[in-house]
Design a protein around this ligand. Structure first.
Ligand code: PAF
Length: 260
């Protein structure tokens, strides 16, 4: 069982590790803040890190092997190869971060090849990433089974993310607007609303009401292709991204289930 991470572990990560522990004979975790998936001006240099604490957590969970390479070890030669996935990488989060998913897919391909055949666990919080990795595995015949695991949230709904560490107390409160808006959108869908435009504008209104939150996008898409839809039906996904102080946060939900 493999759990790739960028470290600064929280319960979202440890829930993946615990599941990997239950479902596999041996578990491997990786910690690597992958420069390829950060664009110029993003938070690569300030990305939160605490390797000592992460090591203790991995030990406490019973991870059998922790791979935490340096950048020099991972990319000892200039890397000339990159993984590109048509359509999936340019939309939604990829429209805001055009080089991000290629960086993710490339490092994950490398990790899969280093580790070998495995079950690999990823959180649904990074929904588009999960689709990108699943598609890469299918298209390139990696001997890997990709397993998506539910987003872990705090009691007020905020999705756990290492980037929550950037939030002040006030911003932390305001950040719940993301999950709140997803939950109320899903209640409206469950009450019978199927127009993506209506649901989108409700989310936009709710997020705009929160002065400390600046919405980047809200998109309603078919969940695996990430293609925008006008009418919400089974398999749809609502994805949002917003800036809260220094943090850029993302969240998503199945409109028929909400954030539960
Ligand atoms: O989700 C993450 O933490 C990263 O994108 C991943 C999958 C470990 C690749 O660097």
């Amino acid at each position: 069982g493999l759990v790739p991470t960028m470290g600064f572990l929280h319960e979202g990560h440890t829930s993946l590790m615990q599941r990997a522990g239950k479902e596999n004979d041996k578990t491997i975790a990786t910690i690597f803040v992958n420069p390829l998936q950060f664009a110029e001006g993003e938070d690569l240099s300030s990305y939160p890190q605490n390797l000592e604490k992460d090591i203790s957590e991995c030990e406490a969970i019973g991870i059998d092997l922790l791979f935490a390479p340096s950048s020099e070890e991972m990319y000892s030669q200039p890397i000339l190869t990159s993984v590109q996935i048509d359509q999936l990488m340019n939309s939604v989060e990829g429209a805001s971060r055009p080089t991000h998913f290629s960086g993710v897919a490339t490092v994950v391909a490398k990790l899969f090849n280093i580790v070998g055949p495995c079950n690999a666990y990823f959180g649904e919080k990074d929904w588009q990433q999960l689709q990108v990795i699943s598609t890469m595995v299918r298209d390139l015949s990696f001997r890997v089974k990709v397993l998506g695991c539910p987003t872990v949230r705090q009691s007020d709904g905020l999705a756990l993310s290492s980037r929550n560490a950037y939030l002040s107390l006030e911003e932390r409160k305001a950040a719940t607007a993301l999950s709140r808006s997803l939950q109320s959108a899903s209640e409206n869908v469950q009450a019978g609303e199927t127009s993506a435009a209506v649901i989108k504008s409700q989310i936009i209104d709710e997020i705009t009401d929160e002065a400390l939150v600046t919405l980047d996008y809200v998109e309603i898409v078919e969940g695996s292709s990430l293609i925008r839809i006008d009418q919400i039906s089974e398999g749809a996904r609502i994805l949002i991204a917003a800036k809260v102080g220094k943090a850029r946060l993302i969240d998503n939900a199945d409109p028929y289930f909400g954030i539960k």
